[in-house]
Design a protein. Structure first.
Length: 271
């Protein structure tokens, strides 16, 4: 379907509205620890897992599922189906938002993209802060992995979004197609089809901070009532510190594309 955009309308959308929508989307990811576009990973594979990586290599990690089958059965997808934004972006806009960096990274300066970001679903795992079984399972493997030189984190929330885009090039309008006019009266048109990519964002709890204080040497160990209370207080303090941390223009999450399934057997054989 042909589409036109008046200059004044485009100025409003591309300037004020785009900034607002970019901020809105960025805020949705600000509590994420990682974002990945790895097509070999599904969100349901990651939820309730431990991820582990070496210092300075946060973008390259392995994961192992630690939940039991009865725990996994209780985790159902929460469908959001919410369009977070639908707008035109330039190459500079793409580079300013890390979660857009995967889209058409080779697009030239004189190209524009129509981008639709849809929040599809969430998976939420039992909370590490309040679930005794999760604490035992997570801290058991975290302790072993720390001794092997890894940083470990427990994934308690996984979100799936789709990024749909279409490239527009600067050109004269000829025949049918989608097109718009920018603030400087340049005309951009496209006869391309939309392409879609998956965006998986991960929220996790850093376990390495707790393994020395709350030692779990076997999966049958149970934290004492006092230890549970202390752990809960430490997690609450950490969450409060993150909430009150000063806002920065650079998002704190890491783009991680090197992700692979680890082996419990290998980990346990080295303990």
């Amino acid at each position: 379907m042909k589409r036109t955009s008046l200059t004044l309308v485009f100025l409003s959308i591309y300037g004020i509205a785009f900034t607002q929508e970019l901020t809105k989307a960025e805020n949705a990811f600000k509590n994420s620890t990682f974002i990945t576009f790895n097509t070999n990973i599904k969100p349901e594979q990651l939820i309730g897992s431990i991820i582990y990586y070496k210092e300075g290599k946060k973008d390259d990690f392995e994961y192992i599922p630690i939940l039991k089958s009865d725990q996994l059965k209780k985790i159902e997808p929460i469908y959001n189906n919410n369009i977070m934004f639908s707008t035109m972006v330039s190459k500079s806009n793409i580079s300013s938002a890390k979660y857009l960096s995967i889209i058409n990274v080779n697009v030239a300066v004189n190209y524009m993209l129509e981008v639709i970001l849809e929040d599809v679903l969430d998976y939420k795992a039992p909370s590490f802060a309040s679930d005794a079984d999760i604490q035992t399972q997570a801290l058991f493997y975290a302790g072993i992995l720390k001794r092997q030189g890894y940083i470990t984190e427990y994934i308690d929330n996984v979100n799936l979004c789709t990024l749909t885009s279409k490239v527009f090039s600067e050109q004269r309008i000829e025949g049918q197609g989608s097109y718009f006019v920018d603030a400087s009266n340049k005309t951009f048109a496209s006869n391309d089809e939309f392409t879609s990519k998956r965006l998986i964002s991960i929220h996790s709890v850093n376990l390495t901070l707790f393994v020395d204080d709350f030692k779990v040497t076997k999966l049958t160990d149970k934290l004492s009532t006092k230890a549970k209370s202390t752990l809960k207080d430490k997690l609450a303090s950490k969450a409060l510190a993150e909430t009150n941390a000063p806002e920065t223009s650079v998002p704190s999450y890491v783009i991680a594309n090197k992700i692979k399934l680890g082996s419990k057997e290998v980990i346990l054989s080295k303990q």
